[in-house]
Design a protein around this ligand. Structure first.
Ligand code: ZN
Length: 311
């Protein structure tokens, strides 16, 4: 990581590299490297929800591939779509992931790009560091809307299922514009559509009972979020700063399938998740893609995939 790239999250000044830390020349804020080799660069005033997120993700080592069934066609189709789009970027340029989690997506870019991985949870980063090792330029624990990097440090800033975990998504999008170079690519894949998730939040108590979950189980940020409408997302991207903003739908029938299968798995306390034959799942994805061609149908999607370029 180039020295000039690290910036103070408190006063935006240049940071100086020391043996095991970066130190702000102005306010003396320090990012120390912990015993796991992860830099801690949180702002001083973390909210209670952010502290809860750190504690939850530090403790709970989620097997994301299994929990979210990421290798099944209904998910893989869309992850792969985004990966292929991102890989059109010139090899070797700087990529930053916000909320890298277990690294399902980061693994795609570790080889060919200069990759910086961030997550609010240091233990999550440590677990991924054990898998990806030194291929990654830097592992840094940061809060997603106050990042410890200088302006225009990256050619691509991306996130998968992360924006809705942040308390101030609008502020976060501004932050990513700051981090991107002119023409740089921003991707926020798999963001929940308010159309469903507002209702899901309303019935959360009943759903928790039926699926044998305690109300306090899981990520608080996930429990509190209501998702976004397409219009709301569009408002995050001001025309003066962004161009080519695309907000495309993901899952109609596949969404009902996904959540119904998860509901049955938990509700019936089954040992393993139910799997449909791949060919059927793939067909459902293609039916969804055809369905979304009907005018207005995209508003019935379960998730959004957002891409944009900085002016
Ligand atoms: Zn400072």
């Amino acid at each position: 990581m180039k020295n000039q790239t690290i910036q103070c999250v408190e006063c935006s000044s240049h940071m100086e590299k020391h043996d095991q830390s970066w130190r702000c020349k102005e306010c003396r804020k320090e990012y120390t490297k912990n015993e796991d080799g992860v830099y801690i660069a949180w702002p001083n005033n973390l909210s209670q929800m952010e502290k809860d997120e750190i504690a939850y993700h530090d403790t709970f080592d989620e097997n994301a591939e299994e929990t979210h069934q990421l290798r099944r066609p209904r998910n893989y189709f869309y992850h792969n779509l985004v990966w292929q789009y991102m890989k059109k970027q010139e090899k070797g340029v700087d990529f930053l992931e916000i909320g890298c989690g277990s690294g399902f997506d980061a693994k795609q870019f570790a080889q060919d790009y200069t990759l910086t991985l961030s997550d609010i949870s240091p233990k999550t980063l440590y677990r991924l560091k054990k898998v990806l090792g030194e291929k990654v330029a830097m592992y840094v624990a940061a809060e997603g809307s106050t990042m410890p990097f200088a302006d225009e440090s990256f050619s691509c800033v991306y996130m998968f299922a992360t924006l809705h975990h942040l308390e101030q998504p609008r502020q976060a999008i501004k932050e990513y514009a700051r981090l991107l170079r002119s023409g740089g690519l921003f991707v926020a894949a798999i963001e929940p559509n308010r159309f469903y998730f507002k209702q899901i939040k309303r019935f959360r108590n009943i759903l928790c009972k039926l699926t044998h979950m305690k109300h306090e189980d899981g990520s608080h940020a996930d429990a509190e979020m209501e998702g976004f409408s397409q219009k709301e997302i569009a408002h995050f991207f001001s025309k003066e700063v962004w161009k080519n903003v695309d907000i495309r739908p993901m899952w109609f029938f596949a969404g009902f399938l996904h959540y119904m299968l998860e509901f049955l798995f938990r509700g019936l306390k089954r040992k393993e998740r139910i799997r449909l034959p791949k060919i059927i799942e793939t067909a459902i994805v293609h039916i969804d893609e055809a369905f979304f061609k009907i005018p207005g149908a995209k508003h019935l999607c379960w998730h959004w995939i957002i891409t944009a370029k900085k002016q």
